[in-house]
Design a binder for this molecule. Structure first.
Ligand SMILES: [Zn+2]
Length: 551
């Protein structure tokens, strides 16, 4: 077999045919919350083997924007994986209101697929992720993702022989990318272990159990997150101590940030809100690649690694903080380590590397106001109160059944009982809310098909799934904060450019290094991966292969 392969390869060379290196691994890197301009902003702090290497060797798309309105983690990841919009893949938000159950649903929760415990006695950490807090059960699976992913396509094409994995600091970022056919592992903020659910396994594979048994996160007890380089070398050296940054109960607003002790309920979360979470994810990924033998035969394998540190740091300190600069500079070293490991074990020439992000990030309203642009924080209770006042004018008491941004869900039964035209009351509500300070546009989703002109409406339409989306979509003004009050200080989730602008980089397989400035979209990523492998795009994909990577 080996001899035959060599003979064939030799023949190709003799014939001077343009032979492309064999693809052994598709490595899809997603950096949660990496707004595209942050790579340029911090380039001076980068070493040679990470971002700089990708920028130098890859096809770099500088003008890639999401086309859905709710730029959140599960929405972006699933779009990257499937090549289609939330209107098709169904992941319209990190959280949506389950009208039938009458309660909020956390995107990938699945009571039938409980997480497999890694320890006998697990203490529960304090949950600060506002979306995770809404989950009703501890089960996780991709069952609610309505369409196939590129990994699913790979599984089908190679008769199930392709190994497909998704790993991340966050459950939703691992599960969405692993698709229905792959296997997922993610970081637990209870234990610092990497966990999975019964959807994927009956028990942990030996290598994963061994990795977890080393309890590497606990090695950081009593230690702190410190700057990688001398403080004076940072562009944002002066942006460390700002009153609107969040102190995670002792983590502080300024360097060094102490992780605390293992029995502290926020210990494992603080690890994730630092460069260490990404470093642990890399170490776990190396164990996975080694023991699952990824990229070691002629059948291409797929590994998605979604790094969560940048996003976590953004939420607490903002994207224009010293913490943001350092977490990205340290991630650069982690990426360099990852690429060097793959080059040694598989060969970068046999690896298709794809890098993107699930969304960008907004600077905090207080920061923008300091700079002269007026922005503020919206209170969800005010929005509900105003909507209920309008409802009363139509003879409906408490017309809002539920509000979880961006969607306002109305009480259909009360509207029907009042015998009024629902589209009329929805439009009246949307018009009234649009008049409010800090709200750019409220869109009655029943009118989506008739509102053709406004680009904002097009993005809301791409986000609209008939059973999961709400009745009114609320878009805040640029830099206005629309979220629950809580520990999170900075957000993404709007259709504004700072939230939609993400990097897209393809590298490997003899691809020509180049910078492409035309507008492209993350829905193009999955069809491009499929085309590079000679496969048909994922079933519901609406994007197109990016032509430059084939030149
Ligand atoms: Zn995210």
């Amino acid at each position: 077999m080996v001899l035959l392969a060599l003979f064939l390869a030799g023949n190709f060379n003799d014939a001077n045919a343009q032979s492309k290196p064999e693809v052994r691994l598709v490595l899809q890197i997603t950096i949660d919350g990496l707004r595209a301009d942050l790579i340029d902003r911090y380039e001076n702090g980068f070493g040679e083997g990470g971002f700089r290497y990708l920028l130098k060797k890859g096809a770099v798309y500088t003008n890639a924007h999401y086309q859905h309105a709710n730029t959140e983690t599960i929405v972006g990841h699933t779009t990257l994986a499937t090549g289609t919009f939330p209107s098709q893949h169904g992941m319209v938000g990190n959280v949506w209101f389950d009208r039938e159950a009458g309660e909020l649903a956390y995107n990938i929760e699945d009571p039938d697929s409980p997480i497999i415990a890694t320890r006998k006695n697990e203490t529960k950490g304090e949950q600060v992720d506002p979306a995770q807090k809404k989950s009703r059960t501890q089960g996780r699976s991709p069952a609610v993702i309505l369409v196939p992913t590129v990994g699913d396509g790979l599984a089908a094409y190679y008769g199930g022989r392709s190994k497909i994995f998704g790993v991340s600091g966050k459950d939703r970022s691992a599960v969405s990318m692993a698709g229905h056919a792959g296997k997922a592992f993610w970081y637990s903020t209870n234990t610092g272990d990497f966990v999975t659910s019964t959807y994927y396994y009956d028990a942990y594979p030996d290598w994963a159990a061994q990795w977890n048994s080393r309890r590497q996160a606990e090695g950081y007890a009593g230690k702190s997150w410190t700057l990688l380089n001398d403080a004076s070398t940072y562009l944002l050296a002066a942006q460390d101590n700002r009153s609107y940054e969040v102190d995670l109960k002792g983590y502080g607003r300024v360097f060094p940030h102490p992780f605390g002790q293992v029995d502290d309920k926020l210990f494992c979360t603080r690890i994730l809100v630092s460069p260490v979470g990404d470093q642990l994810l890399l170490d776990f990924s190396k164990a996975l690649m080694t023991h699952e033998q990824l990229g070691q035969d002629e059948i291409p394998d797929y590994l998605s690694i979604s790094f969560s540190g940048v996003d976590a740091v953004n939420h607490f300190f903002g994207p224009s903080s010293l913490e943001n600069e350092d977490v990205i500079v340290q991630l650069d070293r982690t990426l360099a380590d990852l690429l060097a490991f793959i080059d040694k074990t598989i060969g970068l020439k046999h690896t298709l590397v794809v890098l993107s992000a699930d969304h960008g990030m907004a600077d905090m309203p207080e920061y923008m106001t300091e700079l002269g642009y007026q922005a503020g924080r919206l209170d969800p209770n005010d929005i509900v109160a105003k909507a209920n006042i309008i409802g009363k004018k139509f003879g409906v008491g408490e017309i809002v059944r539920f509000f979880y941004r961006p969607y306002l869900y109305l009480d259909d039964e009360k509207i029907a009982a009042a015998k009024i035209d629902p589209t009329k009351v929805e439009q009246a509500l949307a018009d009234a809310l649009t008049d409010d300070d800090g709200i750019a546009l409220a869109v009655a989703t029943s009118r989506l098909s008739s509102q053709q002109t406004n680009p904002l409406v097009a993005w809301v339409r791409n986000n609209h799934h008939v059973t999961r989306s709400g009745d009114i979509y609320i878009i805040q003004d640029p830099y206005w904060f629309l979220f629950d009050k809580g520990p999170v200080a900075a957000m993404h989730g709007s259709p504004w450019r700072y939230d939609t602008h993400v990097p897209i980089i393809f590298m490997g397989l003899g691809m020509k290094p180049q910078t492409v400035d035309r507008r492209v979209h993350p829905v193009d990523v999955a069809p491009t991966i499929a085309a590079l492998l000679g496969m048909t795009p994922p079933g519901s994909a609406q994007g197109s292969p990016l032509e430059e990577v084939f030149k």
